[in-house]
Design a protein around this ligand. Structure first.
Ligand code: HEC
Ligand code: HEC
Length: 322
């Protein structure tokens, strides 16, 4: 009897071992910090119930953004903000809509511990990685030390810094001088973006985010229905009420819904908003003077602007229409 149960145990152990072996051996064994960071980014091991990973809310197909207005954490907990893309973040000087993290290394540990997201204290996450024979081996090979909070944040940050996407029709036109890379409409849209539509008053620089450290109030705070005070949550300054980080516009055509609260589902709704913000939020608090009067864009001009924004989509995301 004893012998049989021992045998069963051994067989079960072999089964479990071979199962976990196949799980990891299907993937490449990471050789670099970026490859290790990528593995961690996709691994639910970093959430309390091992049910979600970074990639649950930052989905590769959507330029590592989310498709729900506000993200859903472990046990279906609803967050209060929209998950931004984690592509083209290497040139940004701050992270989160309110800029509360100043480096990607620091940022990476915050969602792990956040009770509304992965809900796993960072020291528990580190312990799990140390208890995992394979991760222990990978960290030792790559960082020459056991997993700790610092090298965990570093690996994920290094992976995120590889996610730069400048292979776009816009670059083909503007950088590689290929005049037929974008449509006439998109070209007019770029003119509008820089002129009549006033977009470049805030969205400028290589990623159209003024370096990712500039916070502006576009009127999505009214103290009633719209209650997220944005940058002021961090600075406590009344001037910052309703200000949010100027977001990167790279791949914006595939990162809907939009804004810190995911209020707009389509790019066209965003453009309609900027065209006449009062129509959608009539009593904003502290709205930026750049948005003080309607733009009076024609239907064609709205379409042009949208086509320009679409030209910022990296070619890896362009699929043939169904
Ligand atoms: C439950 C969904 C969820 C999970 C899981 C999640 N995130 Fe996020 N992420 C968000 C949301 C929502 C925001 C914006 C929050 C805010 O600004 O307050 C965000 C913001 C970010 C940003 C800032 C981007 C910018 O431009 O400011 C980065 C980088 C990021 N997450 C990386 C990660 C990493 C790395 C992990 C895994 C360790 C992760 N996220 C897990 C939802 C999630
Ligand atoms: C006064 C500065 C300012 C101006 C002018 C401005 N934006 Fe923005 N833009 C922002 C800020 C700040 C946000 C984030 C606001 C929020 O979430 O509350 C934003 C968000 C966006 C988003 C959503 C991005 C995302 O990932 O959710 C798009 C698209 C956008 N702007 C396009 C434009 C276009 C097109 C114009 C011109 C018609 C324009 N912006 C004019 C500052 C500005």
């Amino acid at each position: 009897m004893r012998k049989i149960s021992f045998l069963v145990l051994v067989m079960a152990a072999i089964l479990v071992a071979s199962f976990s072996f196949t799980r990891r051996s299907e993937q490449e064994i990471p050789q670099t910090p970026a490859a290790l960071g990528k593995m961690l980014f996709f691994d639910p091991i970093l959430s309390r119930h091992r049910s979600i990973s970074c990639s649950s809310c930052h989905r590769e197909k959507y330029a590592f953004a989310d498709t729900s207005a506000t993200s859903i954490g472990e046990l279906n907990k609803k967050g209060s903000r929209n998950a931004p893309s984690v592509m083209n973040v290497s040139g940004s000087g701050s992270f989160f809509w309110d800029g509360r993290a100043s480096s990607l290394e620091e940022q990476a540990l915050i969602p792990i511990a956040n009770p509304a997201e992965m809900d796993l204290p960072v020291d528990s996450a580190v312990r799990r990685l140390n208890d995992d024979v394979q991760y222990l081996r990978y960290f030792m090979a790559i960082f020459k030390e056991k997993p700790n909070a610092k090298n965990l944040g570093t690996a994920i940050a290094i992976f995120e810094k590889t996610l730069n996407t400048y292979n776009t029709p816009f670059e083909d036109w503007q950088v590689n001088d290929n005049d037929s890379a974008v449509s006439a409409s998109a070209k007019r849209g770029f003119q509008l973006f820089n002129g009549k539509a006033r977009c470049a008053g805030c969205h400028f620089g290589g990623d159209f985010n003024n370096g990712g450290t500039d916070y502006r109030n576009i009127g999505l705070f009214d103290g009633k229905q719209l209650q997220d005070s944005g940058r002021a949550v961090i600075t406590r300054s009344p001037d910052d009420v309703g200000r949010f980080k100027i977001p990167n516009l790279r791949n914006v055509a595939i990162t809907a819904p939009y804004m810190h609260n995911g209020i707009f589902r389509h790019l066209r709704e965003v453009i309609e908003y900027y065209n006449d913000p009062d129509k959608i939020v009539p009593h904003p608090i502290n709205r930026d003077p750049l948005l003080s009067s309607p733009l009076h864009l024609s239907e064609i001009e709205k379409e042009d602007l949208e086509n320009f924004l679409r030209a910022l989509t990296d070619k890896r995301f362009v699929t043939t229409p169904e």
